[in-house]
Design a protein around this ligand. Structure first.
Ligand code: GLU
Length: 469
């Protein structure tokens, strides 16, 4: 049997990282087994669906490299097909028209609540002889078996048995003829030959209902794997309250595709104690056995740690290509400073995200932003002669190279009988404006002679003004 999996998002908002994780699992499974992965846009709720949201889904999938073999299919383009299936079920008496008024259904519900019963349709229209008068446009309900049970062999949760008495006759077509979620999802999964349904376990209660429809349509059951939800650190379902939840926000914040997919794959799935996976390793390793039953907890620090790992390990050229758009989108004037590849190389071991690489590289381009506290602490009158001396040596040095500059700093420390740090740190603050930068030799080399001299002059003025007050 060739494997067919699917990702069927509803385009009603941002692309949540929980959704993309299920997409990733479906993608990995299909790719491992040489199967097919389908994208289906479940846009039947026209009021809540939007093209903007579809675009976000497509952009998120593209960014993460989750390519699909079929689709995107749009459910709104398949209404005729759903109508056909509803007619077929009616003709086979597997579904029936229900004329119950809203008032009757509300009263039924209220009575059941009072009696502490689970609200459910009572089958009033199951065996009507005549179409009732009163002009209620009917809905179509699925005729759920009255007794027996459905057993679903879930790959994560094991056997789940649901008594049919727990299920009522659900609506499969509304009074305006539009199909409901349970019908569309089943018809599509059948028509598209889906063999494995990997989805969030918030759908677990839907499965027995969908199995009934599936069987009424004479289709073979797919294999189900309901994966655990993702919670925030407070144990509640991950939402905006916990921070960024939209996939594209992670792109904007400078996370790498490799890091995010690696992180998401490990959320609710494990393969021994391995934490770092290449994409190929993930593809080869992903299986149902590694899926957890209980909810996973989103941990931003771990994602940052992974991102840092990827920043340090991707080939330089790739990293530069990834960082470039971030530089371009920032205020950094790239034509007024070192080659961007050199700046990226200098920052890659110090930053956790691409945006941090850019923020920390501002010092190499354009004007200095002086951190007041750093200046106060390190640019004291006592270091004035030291900085003067360094300035002189900077003017005189033949080759502006990291090695030569490091030598100058070290020699000056010896001359003044000072510890290296006591010289390098004021110098760093003088030329970068801040107390944090890559190693002093690389920093100086990237800044270039002219900029270093200019900024040293600025620092010396600052010290002189300070001494005068
Ligand atoms: N459109 C549904 C959702 O976004 C898909 C459910 C399913 O996977 O069957 O939750």
């Amino acid at each position: 049997m060739s494997v067919v999996t699917r990702f069927p998002p509803s385009p009603t908002g941002d692309l949540h990282i929980g959704s993309i994780r299920t997409a990733l699992f479906n993608w990995l499974y299909a790719r491992r087994l040489g199967g097919k992965f389908i994208l289906r846009i479940e846009d039947t709720d026209r009021g809540r669906s939007s093209q903007q949201s579809v675009d976000i889904i497509l952009a998120g999938m593209e960014w993460l490299g989750l390519d699909y073999d079929e689709g995107p299919y749009y459910q709104t383009q398949r209404f005729d097909r759903y109508g056909e299936v509803v007619e077929q079920l009616l003709a086979q008496d597997k579904a029936y028209r229900c004329y119950c008024s809203k008032e009757r259904l509300e009263k039924l519900r209220a009575d059941q609540m009072v009696r502490k019963l689970k609200p459910r349709y009572d089958g009033h229209c199951r065996s009507l002889d005549n179409v009732p008068t009163g002009g209620v446009a009917p809905v179509v309900r699925f005729r759920t078996p009255l007794d027996g049970a459905v057993v679903v062999a879930d790959k994560v949760h094991g056997h789940i048995t649901t008594s049919n008495t727990q299920l009522d006759d659900l609506v499969i077509a509304r009074s305006d003829g539009s199909p409901t979620y349970h019908l569309t999802v089943v018809v599509d999964d059948i028509d598209m030959g889906v063999t494995h349904i990997i989805r969030g376990d918030d759908h677990i209660n839907n499965t027995p209902r969908q199995v009934h429809i599936l069987e009424a349509l004479g289709a073979a059951r797919p294999i189900y794997a309901h994966v655990p939800m993702i919670n925030g650190s407070d144990g509640k379902k991950l939402s905006k309250r916990h921070g960024a939840v939209s996939v594209l926000e992670y792109r904007e914040q400078g996370f790498l595709v490799g890091a995010l997919t690696n992180y998401l794959a490990r959320l609710g799935w494990a393969h021994g104690d391995q934490e770092i996976f290449t994409r190929d390793e993930l593809k080869n390793a992903f299986d149902f056995e590694g899926l957890n039953k209980s909810a996973a907890t989103f941990d931003l620090d771990k994602l940052l740690w992974l991102n840092q790992h990827y920043l340090q390990n991707v080939p330089s050229a790739d990293l530069v290509a990834m960082a470039k758009p971030f530089f371009e989108a920032s205020k950094v004037r790239l034509d007024d400073g070192p080659d961007v590849a050199a700046a990226v190389e200098a920052q890659r071991t110090r930053a956790k995200t691409l945006t941090e690489i850019v923020e920390q590289s501002h010092m190499f381009y354009g004007d200095i932003i002086r951190d007041k506290n750093a200046a106060k602490k390190h640019l004291r009158p006592a270091v004035e002669p030291v900085l003067q001396k360094i300035r002189e040596k900077f003017v005189a040095v033949d080759t502006w190279s990291g090695a030569a500059l490091k030598d100058i700093v070290e020699q000056t420390a010896i001359e003044f009988n000072m510890k290296l740090g006591k010289v390098a740190q004021p110098l760093r603050v003088a030329v970068t404006g801040s107390s944090a930068s890559p190693s002093i030799d690389i920093t100086l080399e990237l800044l270039g002679r002219e900029r270093c001299l200019e900024r040293l002059d600025g620092a010396l003025v600052y010290i002189a003004e300070r001494a005068a007050t």
